[in-house]
Design a protein. Structure first.
Length: 288
């Protein structure tokens, strides 16, 4: 009897899911189509997520939404940040809905009512996977900037001390690396040379795009010291370089601690598996 009930629930879920998919794909097709298929493998199903968001009139105005949207604007730029965050939310809803859709079928397939819990765990896992996409990219971006920043400041101090003006030193340094920091520096150069943005504004925009407090503080001090002359600027850059190298040491230490913590989960799962392998034969021999 329970198997028939589960199949009936699945059919109802499937009908609702298909209606949401068709209506969402029609209404939000223009938002879904530009997405890269390699990064968004199931983008053709995202209509479900967008349809749900439309039905509940989701405002994207919670504190979490505002924080995540700010992160998305740092990663994807101010122009496209909100778009990609909305896609991310729709993606989460779509993945969760797929897991929930097939959860009722697990009971008749396995013959165990508790098998439905697997579908719930899978939904939670897929939600977590999608939820960390932007935050993981943000963390990687911040780590890359923090890693390259001390080198950049040291190079700038050397070039300016040798008599090069700040703008030319910035341009030369921007061409020496391939990390996120150097990419943002090259954007600042393009802003000055091709878009006519003033030097100070280009540096400030650079700091805002990087989004890190110590970068913004550095840029504010840099802009202030440019007007004071090269010697003042060199002294500032030297002192800032020492601080940056200390921050880089702390970053490496934190990354090592995070790597150790990540290893604890698989080790814990291995330990649980070993306990089960040992206990099951013992309990079987005891007749339990």
């Amino acid at each position: 009897m329970i198997n028939y009930i589960c199949v009936g629930i699945y059919l109802i879920f499937a009908l609702i899911w298909i209606v949401l998919l068709l209506s969402g794909s029609r209404a939000y097709g223009e938002m879904i189509e530009p997405l890269d298929t390699k990064k968004y493998l199931l983008k053709s199903l995202y209509g479900v997520g967008f349809a749900v968001l439309g039905l509940i009139h989701y405002s994207f105005d919670t504190p979490v939404d505002r924080k995540r949207m700010a992160d998305a604007k740092i990663v994807y730029g101010a122009e496209y940040g909100e778009y990609y965050y909305r896609v991310n939310v729709a993606e989460k809803i779509t993945y969760v809905s797929i897991c929930i859709l097939f959860t009722p079928l697990l009971v008749p397939i396995t013959g165990q009512p508790l098998a439905a819990l697997f579908g719930i765990f899978a939904a939670a896992g897929m939600y977590y996977y999608s939820d960390t996409k932007i935050t993981d990219i943000t963390k990687e971006r911040e780590a890359s900037i923090t890693k390259d920043f001390p080198d950049m400041v040291s190079k700038m101090a050397l070039l300016i001390n040798a008599g090069m003006i700040t703008r030319e030193a910035w341009k030369n340094i921007a061409e020496t690396g391939d990390g996120v920091l150097y990419e943002e520096m090259r954007i600042a150069v393009q802003d000055m040379e091709k878009r006519g943005v003033s030097e100070a504004d280009a540096y400030i925009d650079f700091g805002n795009r990087c989004g890190l407090t110590f970068i913004k503080k550095f840029i504010a001090m840099l802009v202030q010291n440019i007007a004071k002359g090269n010697q003042e600027l060199v002294n500032f850059l030297r002192s800032e370089s020492a601080v940056c190298w200390e921050e880089k040491k702390h970053l490496v230490k934190r990354q090592g601690e995070e790597a150790s913590n990540k290893l604890m989960l698989p080790l814990g799962m291995i330990m649980v598996g070993l306990f089960i392998m040992i206990l099951v034969p013992i309990l079987s021999n005891m007749g339990i």
